[in-house]
Design a protein around this ligand. Structure first.
Ligand code: SAM
Length: 285
């Protein structure tokens, strides 16, 4: 049997640089095997099976945006689930959502905007929608709520829009909430109920496009969890700055528990909860 062909150094660099420019994700030498594995099928179908000419064909004037999307869909890591981090869920439930909702009520505004940035297939956005529904009890319809769910991966965004999930991704959803906010489908999956689904607005958008990110401004809460892991410091700096600008005063940013803005963005105030932390945009002095 022929051994699987690996990327040459030149091919690896061409692919790595193209993906970095498009996404902010940098495949380091350490992750080379991952890029190799994830692009093998695409390259085996490319005209001359060579990554350098494949990239050239994507960049040229006749470059096919659908092929660019196909490559991005292959190389992005979209792992996610509902109620993924119990400590952050507790902080959102006990601290952040009550605080943000009370602030709006105090000023007579019931317009709430939230951004799940790098939302993958939407489990994170729908989780926040469920937490809001629980906090606001029967008053959800008195509020004007939009949860933006954005991702660079088109397949993930389509899955978010569909809002139908395999049981495994619901494994951490408490039974009572599962019964309340999901409908079992005939093929053994779970569909998010309409009252939750209508709160989430999903669209494909890249975090490395600051102009596109401006659309999600005036938000009270940003979830940017497990997205920056593969970004370079430059890309992280730019994305965190966009988040800062998009947040309202006193708004919160949650990163993944293993991620940090430390040494990258000095404008946020670190806030700690029980076994969790977030970044808050302080009031201007
Ligand atoms: C591991 S998932 C995290 C999903 C969710 N936030 C969570 O923590 O469960 C990372 C997501 O970030 C997305 N992503 C990576 N680079 C991106 C970019 N430049 N713009 C928008 N989304 C991006 C990927 O497509 C992927 O769906």
């Amino acid at each position: 049997m022929q051994p699987e062909k690996s990327l040459t150094d030149t091919e690896f660099i061409a692919l790595r640089d193209f993906i970095y420019k498009k996404t902010g994700i940098l495949f380091s030498e350490r992750n080379r095997y991952l890029l190799d594995a994830r692009t093998r099928e695409i390259l085996s179908q490319a005209r001359d099976k060579n990554a350098v000419s494949y990239i050239r064909s994507l960049c040229g004037p006749g470059g096919d945006p659908l092929e660019v999307n196909r490559l991005i869909n292959k190389v992005t890591i979209t792992e996610t689930s509902f109620f993924r981090d119990p400590h952050q869920i507790a902080a959102l439930t006990k601290n952040v959502i009550p605080e943000v909702a009370a602030r709006h009520e105090q000023f007579g505004s019931r317009l709430l905007r939230i951004w799940s940035a790098g939302s993958s297939s939407g489990e994170e956005a729908y989780t926040v929608a469920i937490l809001l529904a629980e906090h606001l009890k029967g008053r959800l319809s008195d509020w004007n709520i939009t949860i933006f769910a954005t991702d660079i991966n088109e397949d993930a965004i389509e899955a978010c829009k569909a809002g139908v999930y395999k049981p495994y991704t619901l494994r951490n959803v408490p039974r009572d909430l599962q019964e309340k906010y999901f409908l079992a489908t005939s093929d053994g999956r779970f569909a998010v109920r309409d009252e939750i689904k209508r709160l989430v607005f999903a669209e494909r958008s890249s975090l490395t496009d600051p102009a596109a990110c401006k659309k999600y401004s005036g938000v009270d809460l940003i979830l940017l969890r497990n997205v920056l892991i593969y970004f370079t410091t430059d890309a992280k700096t730019a994305v965190l700055q966009s988040c800062y600008e998009n947040l309202r005063d006193n708004g919160y940013l949650f990163l993944g528990q293993s991620e940090t803005a430390f040494g990258i963005n000095h404008s946020f105030k670190l806030v700690t909860f029980v076994n969790a932390f977030a970044y808050k945009k302080p009031l201007p002095r």
